[in-house]
Structure formats: structure tokens, C-alpha cells
Design a protein around this ligand. Structure first.
Ligand SMILES: [Zn+2]
Length: 305
């Protein structure tokens, strides 16, 4: 029985409703060599983020996929602390962000060593925290996949093939997403287990649809960005018109506790999509069955294993 792998244990479809596939609880966008990188007291993160998670739950959200992997301050212990304090599942990733955020040990590791590390986190736990990774987060440089990023992606494809875990990649250009799919398929992975994160940043919608038809999950995850509602409503209509209702994911890329800011800064609420965007989507003619598919079925199918 497929389940979302969470710090609170596996969650089956019948225990979940709306799932947000890309929201952050804890991110540090400084590089690993900066003083204070990734440092925070879990209690402080719990204090700042609990009201945001409670508000999301009140808006009907039942789980969040957390995309902060190695390179952007991943702290599985913090995801566990927040999940426990709120009783709300945050799905943790294995995997590594793009250059120049790659730490030296990743640059020096072989394909095989990285693959085994990912498989260990996906099947056992992350850093002795008891938290099992739910999926694999990677990223690519905008101009094209670098050698180190290709190595991480090959390891991810191998780990995905071995465990059924989904790979999601921060990728801003369609040509780069296409290049990544070729690498994934050559290394034993599959389009159906690949999420193109930030797909809306590629202006050529034909590439979204091309990759969607090949089986890739197309994630439009900037919902709530200033003035972007008409664009996202149009993107949803076009994807549904292209027959891609079963390949589309919607999220906000919001949050989060930022250790670079005093007190973690001020998080952006996770509720914009439910409270403001979905009513507009309904008013634009998208029916409830389609909205259920986009907000409940798709994120579960994309990330469960
Ligand atoms: Zn993000």
C-alpha cells in the first residue's frame, strides 16, 4: 500500500487530504562555509512555525513536502521537532542542492557512494535522527547541468529505481529539465518519478506540456507571488486543456525559519493557496473534482511510495 513517508510514520491516502508539495519550514540559503550556517535551536523554529502550520491545518492542509536538502541547511532533527510539536507531517528529503551550494564531501564522492547514501536515508534514517527521508531533492544550474550536479542526479536516479522514491528538481529552464530527464532515464529512473519543480519559471509552456506528456510531474509552485494569480490560473487551464490534469502539482514555495535573520525572520503564510487562489480557480471554471485531483490525489501519487 503506497504511503507518504513522514517523521510521524507512513501516511496512507485515506489519512490525508490536501497536500502542499513545496513549502519550507527551515531554509538557510547561505553556503555551508558561512558562520552560523544551518544553526538554530529546534525550539525557536517550533515557536515561529507552529502558528503557520496550525493555520495551514485550519485551511484543510494535511501534509507538507519539505524541499530543503543538503546545501540549504537541511535539519531533519528540526523537521522532526516541528512535526511532533504540531502533530503535522513534514516530509523530509535526501539529496543535494545545486552549485555553488554543494558541500565538499559531495563534490568528492563517487556516483555509487552518493547513491548508497541516498538509499540509506530513504530506507533507514537521516543522521541518526530516526527520520526516514521521503523523497530526493536535487537542483540544476540554470545554464545546464554541471558535472557535479549530473553525478548527484545519476545517484538520485539509481536511488529512485531502488526505492521507488520520487526525485524533485529545482530547475528553472525547460531545456535543462529535458536534459535531466535524459540522464534519469539513462540511469534507470523514470519520468513518472520525476517532479519538475518551479516549471512556471520556463516561459515556453510547450515544454511544460511536452515533459508532462512524457510522464513528468509539472509543479507550478510560486502561487501567492505578487500579481501572479492570473498567470497561474492561465497555466492551470492550459495544462488541463492539454489533458495533463494527472501530471500537475500546485504549491507556494513559502515559509520559513531563516537562520540568517534575527529570530528566523517573518514567515509567509501557507494559506494563500487555500484561502485566496483556489476560490479564484473555481470562479474561473475549474470544477471541484479537478481541484481535488490537483490538491489531494496528485501530490499523494507524486510523493508516496
Ligand atoms: Zn523552494
Amino acid at each position: 500500500m503506497p504511503a507518504l513517508i513522514t517523521p510521524l510514520g507512513p501516511k496512507r491516502r485515506d489519512h490525508l487530504g490536501v497536500i502542499l508539495p513545496h513549502e519550507h519550514v527551515f531554509v538557510d540559503l547561505r553556503t555551508w562555509d558561512q558562520p552560523g550556517y544551518g544553526e538554530a535551536d529546534p525550539d525557536d523554529v517550533v515557536r515561529l512555525m507552529t502558528p503557520e502550520i496550525d493555520a495551514a491545518r485550519d485551511a484543510g492542509v494535511t501534509a507538507i513536502i519539505e524541499p530543503g536538502g543538503i546545501g540549504v541547511g537541511r535539519r531533519a532533527d528540526i523537521l522532526l521537532a516541528v512535526s511532533r510539536a504540531t502533530g503535522f507531517p513534514l516530509v523530509a528529503p535526501t539529496g543535494v542542492y545545486r552549485e555553488p551550494w554543494l558541500p565538499p564531501w559531495v563534490r568528492d564522492a563517487s556516483d555509487a557512494a552518493l547513491r548508497e547514501w541516498m538509499i540509506g536515508e530513504l530506507t533507514d534514517q537521516i543522521d541518526d535522527t530516526g527520520v526516514q527521508a521521503g523523497w530526493i531533492k536535487v537542483a540544476a544550474t540554470d545554464e545546464g547541468v554541471t558535472e557535479s550536479e549530473a553525478k548527484v542526479l545519476r545517484a538520485a536516479a539509481g536511488a529512485s529505481a531502488a526505492t521507488g522514491a520520487t526525485i524533485g528538481s529545482h530547475t528553472l529552464r525547460g531545456a535543462v529539465a529535458r536534459e535531466q530527464l535524459a540522464i534519469i532515464e539513462r540511469t534507470g529512473g523514470s519520468a513518472e518519478r520525476f517532479v519538475w519543480i518551479h516549471a512556471h519559471r520556463e516561459p515556453d509552456i510547450a515544454i511544460h506540456h511536452e515533459l508532462g506528456r512524457r510522464g513528468v510531474w509539472i509543479e507550478y509552485d510560486g502561487i501567492g507571488d505578487e500579481g501572479s494569480d492570473p498567470m497561474f490560473i492561465d497555466l492551470v487551464h492550459r495544462a488541463l486543456d492539454a489533458g495533463l490534469a494527472d501530471r500537475l502539482l500546485l504549491s507556494q514555495d513559502r515559509g520559513w525559519y531563516d537562520p540568517a535573520k534575527p529570530g528566523g525572520g517573518t514567515p509567509k503564510p501557507f494559506t494563500y493557496l487555500s484561502d485566496t487562489f483556489l476560490p479564484q480557480l473555481t470562479a474561473s471554471g475549474i470544477d471541484d473534482t479537478s481541484i481535488d485531483q490537483l490538491m489531494r490525489a496528485n501530490p499523494f501519487l507524486a510523493f508516496a511510495r
